[in-house]
Design a protein around this ligand. Sequence first.
Ligand code: SF4
Length: 79
Amino acid sequence: MSARLKVRVDPILCDGHGLCAELLPERISLDDWGYPIVDGTPIEGALLAHARRAADACPVVALRVERAAAEAAATPPAR
Ligand code: SF4
């Protein structure tokens, strides 16, 4: 079974450049101040490539593609 992935924004790092919303409009919109509003729905298929491209393009590395929370919680910590 493949991992369920989603995008997440670190609000401390984010500078509100808005590039992510242009590259991944299926999951990210912008608020009135230009900061991202992220839809945490898991990402699959072709959309995953767009999500990774958006994360790579973030100038302050605030956008990440990571495992969905329920799956991350079920995974034992690395030793
Ligand atoms: S591209 Fe990065 S810095 Fe810009 S709004 Fe998105 S997460 Fe924030």
